[in-house]
Design a protein around this ligand. Sequence first.
Ligand code: ADP
Length: 513
Amino acid sequence: MTMAQNLDGSPKKRRYIVSLDQGTTSSRCVIFDNFGQTVQIVQKEFKQIFPHPGWVEQDPMEIYSSQYSVMTEAIAQSGIRPYHIEAIGITNQRETTIVWDKITGKPIYNAIVWQCRRTAPIVEEIKKDKALTEYIRQTTGLLLDAYFSATKLQWILDHVPGAREKAEKGELLFGTVDTWLIWKLTNGKVFATDYTNASRTMLFDIHKLCWDKRICDALHIPMCMLPEVKHSSSIFGYVNLFDTEIPIAGVAGDQQAALFGQTCFRKGEVKTTYGTGCFLLMNIGSKPCLSEHGLITTLAASEDAHHRPEYALEGSVFVGGAVVQWIRDRMRFIVDAADSEYFATKVPDNGGVYLVPAFTGLGAPYWDMYARGTIFGITRGTTRDHIIRASLESIAYQVTDVIEAMKQDTGLTIPSIKVDGGASKNNFLMQFQSDVAQIRTVRIQTNETTALGAYYLAGLAVGMFASEKEIKTLEQKDHVFRPKMSPEESQKYLKKWHKAVKMCRGWEDDSTD
Ligand code: ADP
């Protein structure tokens, strides 16, 4: 590694940023130095609580204690001195809702996790009010769903005895996980969130950049319990660690942190995470646009120094890498997910086989809860390898459909897709992605893109990096996949794919039988 130099030619001193990555199943701490190197990673899983079918909770104290312990452990293991830590960055699972008592600091209920479906009936009730539903979409950029924090918060206020009265008296605080961590880490001194997390609550006006009174009133949420909202890259407060005051200087929800970590700083840049599902975010610049294709509009990470918001379009694919799990665990065609690459390339093409993994319906741009999984085009010549190949191809087609929706909504051209997540390691999948979407696919070396995003945001706020341009120089590319297929051929594949999607839609909708 070549050490960067100061203007006078002396080597730059090594400094550090502690990135806290509070995920859905584990708390992680990644320490980076100012040269972009990962110094230490410590991770700890914590308990998931399932009180009823479809309900998901976590203990807020355990979220905090697991996060705090990985932080101190990472610092101790790395041997770095606390006064060499310039800042702390936070990235977190989004939408998860916590309410706590301002005086005692104790949560009044478990954290209701983003996956929890308990408030689906509340959402159905709100949907009856068409004007309010449209107002919510226009104001928050979100599609009305139990996924977001608003109805979870409403549920807590309705179900914990005395909660609403206390909230109205200003005795309770609401926060997403970032707010909870900031509050705990600063000993209750700072009650704040960032734009990216606020935009996932379904209570935030993404145009005026403030909490929305009409939505809060409609959901009976006292506005005095909502935190202050700041740019992702700004000073939130100070944490006393080993007698050193360290600023929290970067905060962003996990997907937006990954968009930043993938250095998608410019309009039209897209990142895709190929995990269990696939999560796509496109930077759409400083003006929001509402989707006509079932995507949501959300705030992206922005810098205090720029004084302007940044927006992103977001779309998800329900079954991404999970189709490979299905091929492995249910079909038992492979032993390891990574083997899918070897078997898929044993055949020259998909042999006309198309698999639509609509196991739980289809997400954007179809939004069809009644669609179910299907395999089309099976002949006597079809082998296990064709089906494995078709399952990998299905991930790429679904991502391409979301990319097309993004292009149509914005009119922007997409220079490349920045990729991460477990299935992005699959070279066949990445090449096929580049082929069908006719876009370069860029994979960077680290898979820690969320932690990387929080590190960059904090680094910018404390002046470790002068600009986004400087951050770009730190990026270490692993591989760039360029389209090898002709546009005509890619169209042929997509046409068949869309035919297969059409055939599997509405399968579970008995009213159409
Ligand atoms: P998550 O964070 O959602 O748990 P990960 O980013 O760890 O997901 O990715 C795991 C998913 O990726 C699994 O669904 C797995 O089947 C899939 N996967 C992992 N490695 C590969 C691979 N080499 N090829 C294809 N799929 C893979």
